[in-house]
Write a protein that binds this ligand. Structure first.
Ligand SMILES: Cc1cc2nc3c(=O)[nH]c(=O)nc-3n(C[C@H](O)[C@H](O)[C@H](O)COP(=O)(O)O)c2cc1C
Length: 266
């Protein structure tokens, strides 16, 4: 595949993966490209844990699903991330960022405007939306053939020091290499981040993965091969939209937005 096509086709997989195990060669390739990433002074502060054990994946799935249900039922998730939620194509066309919730169960559609209100939260809890989403999330994670945990070496990742920015940046670069390589390999990838949203849940993953004191667990992903066509989850979003260059690029000084590049989105 052409490199630019790989970059343009890279995306997050919200749906299920095929049950097929990720081949050892593809696992080796994903770790090779991760290790090729840039890092401050070539310190390579990243460490990766590959998980294929079904029992461990099931436990992560249970923790992730329960975390999603809790974060959604106590309103914390909506409060924290409301500014990224879009419910109309017009709003998305204007903002060109965030998540467009374009796939919602019929009973919920009339209430999208209220989703961030107390009344909306009570309605969602009455309709058991947090439980439904939590169970869907558990199934998605449990159905993944492979999980990837990413850690940083604490001798490099020292919060409140410049090294923490450098280390997180390097980790991001390594994960982008992995993300891009999934396109080439016919695979998909998605963050498992709800355990980060609920106090105490992340620590359970640290224990489950036997993360040593010298490492900081930074992120967990689910990976697998993408089916030709998959049923969209009950509540689903798209986030392929991107800002126009004139909205995020400047020329000379920040007083001058870049013009003439805002062609039709690819
Ligand atoms: C730091 C970070 C955290 C993210 N957390 C989540 C997440 O919890 N769940 C999810 O589905 N996607 C997550 N994503 C993926 C973004 O939602 C996604 O990259 C963005 O919506 C653009 O969509 P795309 O990746 O399909 O181009 C995260 C991405 C980043 C860089």
């Amino acid at each position: 595949m052409e490199f630019l096509d790989v970059v343009r086709r890279r995306k997050t997989t919200n749906g299920p993966f095929l049950p097929d195990a990720v081949t050892p060669e593809h696992q080796r390739l994903l770790m090779e490209v991760a290790g090729r990433a840039p890092s401050q002074l070539n310190s390579q502060p990243w460490r990766f844990l590959i998980i294929e054990d079904r029992a461990t994946i099931e436990q992560v799935a249970t923790i992730s699903g329960a975390s999603m249900t809790e974060a959604m039922s106590n309103g914390a998730f909506f409060e924290r991330y409301r500014r990224y939620f879009r419910f109309s194509a017009e709003e998305m066309e204007t903002r060109r960022d965030g998540m467009l919730f374009d796939h919602l169960p019929a009973p919920l559609r009339p209430f999208t405007k209220q989703v961030f209100t107390r009344r909306g939260q009570r309605l969602m809890n009455t309709l058991r939306v947090p439980q439904i989403l939590g169970e869907e999330n558990r199934k998605l994670v449990a159905g993944s053939p492979l999980l990837l945990a990413v850690m940083l070496d604490r001798s490099e990742y020292r919060p409140d020091e410049l090294s923490s920015f450098y280390s997180v940046f390097s980790m991001g670069a390594a994960m982008e290499n992995v993300w891009l390589a999934t396109v080439e390999l016919g695979m998909g990838i998605q963050f498992i981040s709800f355990p980060m949203e609920v106090p105490g849940q992340w620590k359970r993953l640290v224990e489950l993965f036997a993360v040593p004191d010298g490492l900081e667990l930074m992120a967990v992903y689910r990976l697998g091969y993408v089916p030709e066509s998959a049923r969209r989850p009950a509540i689903d979003w798209t986030s392929a939209q991107r800002k126009r260059p004139s909205q995020y690029v400047f020329r000379g000084t920040c007083a001058t937005p870049q013009t003439g590049w805002d062609g039709p989105s690819r």
